[in-house]
Design a binder for this molecule. Structure first.
Ligand code: F6R
Length: 612
C-alpha cells in the first residue's frame, strides 16, 4: 500500500530517494518522508501530502548523506499527518525505519514497550519497530559487526502481520538492513551503489539487475555488497535476476498521464502477451504447464480468483472455459473465497489473477486453495512478485509496468492470456470445436483490431465533456457484455468519483429501473449477436424513461434510436471485452480530466493492496 525506497552509494541520497518516491507515488500519496545519516546522526524530513512537498522542506537541499531510506504513505493506522508520516525514529534517535504493511500485534507490542519506558509520538503501528529494535540493541553487550542485524532480527521475529521494512542505525553508517514478509521489496544492484524499492519501475533507470527476497530473509546492504541471511541469521547466497523492461516503459513518454499512455500501449502489450503462446499455424503452447488430458478431464471445477479489475478478467474467462472445455468454472472474489470454506480439493484447479502479484487477499486465497490440495496457477504481470513464489505455476502477461492506479492494459492482457489458456486446455482435451479455431484466429488479429479501436476517439471525448458533471451513470450489458459493464463502471468510479452501477440488462426491470429518470446517462454494451435484440429492448425501457444513451457495439443496429453509438471491430464474442472496454476506459479518463482530477492517483486508492 505504501512505497519504500532506499539508497546506499557515493552520491547524495536525498535527490535519489525523492525521485524514487515520485515514481512510487501510485502506491500511496498522503504523506512522505526521507531519512539519511548525516555526520553520524539520523536525519528525518517528512510532511503530509504529496511527495513533491518534500522539496519545500527547509534544509532538504543541504543533506549530504549518501545512505538513506524513504517512504510514501497510504494511511492504515493513524490519519495522514506529519507525525504519522514515515520514517519513524526510536526514542534514543539511534534508528530510523520505513515500513510497508500492517503490524497486527502492535497494541500488545506498544504496551510492552510502554511498560519498559518507551514513549510514542504517532498513531502508527510502525513506530513500535525502531523502539523494539532499540530494546534488543540496548540489551546486547556484544559490540560486534552483527549487533545491529541481531537486534533487528530479534525485533522482527516478534512482529505479526505483513511487512517490508528498511532500517538505518547511526552506529552503522555504512549499512542499511531490510526484511520482508508478504509485502513487496526488491534490491537493485549497481556498481558501487545499491538500491531498494517496493517495485521495480521506480529504480529501473539505475539498474536492471535485481535481487528478490523471500519471506523472513534479511539483506544487509553496503556500498559494494549485499549480504543475505535467513530467519536464523545463517548467511545465504542469492543471484541477481535481470529484468527485461526498459526504463522508458516506466516514463510518460509525452503522454499527459500514465493512464492514457497505458490505454494506448494496449496493442503492444497484448502482442507481448500472445508472444510465443500462439503461432500463425494456430498452435498454442504453454511451456510453464505440464497438464495432461487425464488431469484436465478429471477436474471437478476451475476457479478464477482475484480482486477488482483482475476479478473481471476472470469473469470474462468463465464462459469461455465452460463453452470450450466443458469444465464447470466459477469466479470468486479473493476476500470472499478465503472465508467461505470453498469446495476445493485435488480435483479443483484454481487460477489466480493479479497484476501486481502482491494483493494480500489473493495471496491468502491461493495459500488456502493449495492447502486443500488444489493445483494453483497465477496469472500476473510482475516477475518474481510474492504470489509467484507461492503458486504451483506462474504465467506472465508481459504487459510491461502499469503505473496508473486504474488498471487498463493489465486487464486486457489478462483477458488475452485467459483466452489463450482456454484454447490451450481445449487442445489438450482434444476438443473438436470450430469455436476454438475461430477464437485462435481472432486472438491473433486482436492487436490490429485494438489499434483500430484507438484510432478515432473524438466521439467518446465529446460525450465525456457532455456528461462529466452527472451524479450517476449506469452501465448495462448481457452475457459477456455484462462483464464489460462491470469493468467500465469500476473504472468510472475510481477516477471520476461519479456514482455508477452496472447491471445485467435483463435484471434492471426487477428493481434498479426505479433509479432511471429524465436525463440520466445509460451506457449499453452490445457485442453478442444472440443478445442484441434483447439488449435493444432493455435500452428502449430506459429511453422511454428519459435516459441519454451511449452504445458500444460491433453489431448492425439502428443507430438513430440512441444518442451516441461507438462502433468497435467485430471479433469472437468470447473476447469482445478486450475491444469493447477501450472506449469506456477513455470515457472514464476524459471525464476525470474534464473534472480536473488526478487521473493516475485517484483519492483513497493505491496500486497494490497489500493489506487484507
Ligand atoms: C482497478 C484496479 C484494482 C485491481 C485490484 C487487484 O483499476 O486496478 O481493482 O485490479 O486491486 O489488483 P492486482 O491485480 O494487483 O491483484
Amino acid at each position: 500500500m505504501c512505497g519504500i525506497v532506499g539508497y546506499i552509494g557515493n552520491k547524495k541520497a536525498g535527490p535519489i530517494l525523492i525521485n524514487g518516491l515520485l515514481r512510487l507515488e501510485y502506491r500511496g500519496y498522503d504523506s512522505a518522508g526521507i531519512s539519511t545519516i548525516e555526520k553520524d546522526k539520523i536525519s528525518i524530513m517528512k510532511d503530509k501530502g504529496r511527495v513533491k512537498n518534500l522539496y519545500n522542506l527547509p534544509g532538504i537541499n543541504d543533506l549530504e548523506g549518501t545512505i538513506g531510506i524513504a517512504h510514501t504513505r497510504w494511511a492504515t493506522h493513524g490519519k495522514p499527518s506529519k507525525e504519522n508520516a514515515h520514517p519513524h525514529m526510536d526514542n534514543s534517535k539511534t534508528f530510523s525505519v520505513v515500513h510497508n504493511g500492517i503490524i497486527e500485534n502492535y497494541h500488545e507490542l506498544r504496551e510492552f514497550l510502554s511498560s519498559n519506558g518507551y514513549k510514542f509520538y504517532s498513531d502508527t503501528d510502525t513506530e513500535i519497530i525502531p523502539n523494539l529494535v532499540h530494546y534488543y540493541y540496548s540489551k546486547d553487550e556484544n559490540n560486534d559487526e552483527f549487533k545491529f542485524l541481531r537486534a533487528f532480527k530479534n525485533a522482527c521475529s516478534r512482529l505479526l502481520g505483513s511487512f517490508a521494512i528498511e532500517i538505518l542505525c547511526k552506529d552503522y553508517p555504512n549499512n542499511m538492513i531490510v526484511v520482508r514478509k508478504d509485502s513487496p521489496l526488491v534490491i537493485g544492484k549497481s556498481d558501487g551503489e545499491n538500491y531498494l524499492s517496493s517495485d521495480i519501475p521506480a529504480i529501473l533507470s539505475f539498474t536492471r539487475n535485481f535481487y528478490l527476497l523471500n519471506d523472513y530473509e534479511y539483506a544487509v546492504l553496503s556500498r559494494d555488497n549485499v549480504k543475505f541471511y535467513d530467519k536464523d541469521l545463517n548467511e545465504i547466497n542469492k543471484k541477481t535476476e535481470t529484468i527485461e523492461w526498459n526504463a522508458s516503459s516506466a516514463e510518460k513518454d509525452g503522454y499527459q498521464d500514465f493512464m492514457l499512455k497505458e490505454i494506448y500501449e494496449q496493442p503492444t502489450a497484448i502482442r507481448e502477451t500472445i508472444g510465443s503462446k500462439l503461432n500463425e499455424k494456430l498452435e498454442c503452447s504453454f511451456e510453464e504447464l505440464d497438464f495432461t488430458k487425464d488431469y484436465l478431464k478429471g477436474l471437478n471445477k476451475i476457479y478464477f480468483i482475484a480482486c477488482g479489475t483482475a476479478m473481471h478478467a476472470g469473469l470474462a474467462g468463465k464462459n469461455m472455459m465452460e463453452k470450450l472445455c466443458k469444465i464447470p468454472t466459477e469466479v470468486d472474489i479473493a476476500s470472499e473465497f478465503r472465508y467461505r470454506n470453498p469446495l476445493v480439493d485435488d480435483k479443483t484447479l484454481c487460477i489466480f489473477i493479479s497484476q501486481s502479484g502482491e494483493t494480500a487477499d489473493t495471496i491468502a486465497a491461493l495459500k488456502l486453495a493449495k492447502s486443500n490440495g488444489a493445483k494453483t496457477i497465477v496469472i500476473t504481470n510482475v516477475i518474481g512478485s510474492s504470489i509467484t513464489r507461492e503458486a504451483d505455476y506462474s504465467i506472465y502477461t508481459h504487459a510491461g509496468p502499469e503505473i496508473a492506479v486504474a488498471s487498463t492494459k493489465a486487464y486486457t492482457s489478462q483477458v488475452v492470456l485467459i483466452s489463450l489458456l482456454c484454447v490451450y486446455f481445449a487442445d489438450v482435451l482434444g476438443m473438436d470445436n470450430p469455436n476454438v479455431t475461430n477464437l485462435k484466429e481472432e486472438i491473433l488479429m486482436l492487436p490490429k483490431k485494438l489499434e483500430e479501436t484507438l484510432k478515432d476517439t473524438k466521439k467518446i471525448k465529446d460525450f465525456a465533456k457532455k456528461v462529466y458533471q452527472e451524479q450517476d451513470i449506469f452501465f448495462l450489458g448481457r452475457g459477456i457484455d455484462e462483464t464489460t459493464a462491470r469493468e467500465a463502471s469500476l473504472k468510472l468510479k475510481e477516477i471520476s468519483y461519479i456514482h455508477s452501477e452496472s447491471y445485467a440488462a435483463g435484471e434492471l426491470k426487477h428493481g434498479a429501473i426505479a433509479l432511471i429518470e429524465n436525463g440520466v446517462t445509460v451506457v449499453g454494451i452490445m457485442t453478442d449477436p444472440n443478445l442484441v435484440d434483447k439488449m435493444v429492448s432493455n435500452l428502449q425501457e430506459v429511453i422511454t424513461r428519459g435516459a441519454k444513451t451511449l452504445i458500444i457495439t460491433n453489431q448492425d443496429i439502428d443507430e438513430k434510436r440512441f444518442d451516441v453509438v461507438i462502433n468497435v471491430p467485430k471479433t469472437s464474442p468470447f473476447i469482445s471485452p478486450i475491444l469493447a472496454i477501450v472506449p469506456l476506459q477513455l470515457f472514464a479518463y476524459y471525464i476525470s480530466k474534464e473534472k480536473g482530477l488526478d487521473v493516475d492517483k485517484p483519492r483513497n486508492l493505491a496500486k497494490s493492496v497489500t493489506v487484507e
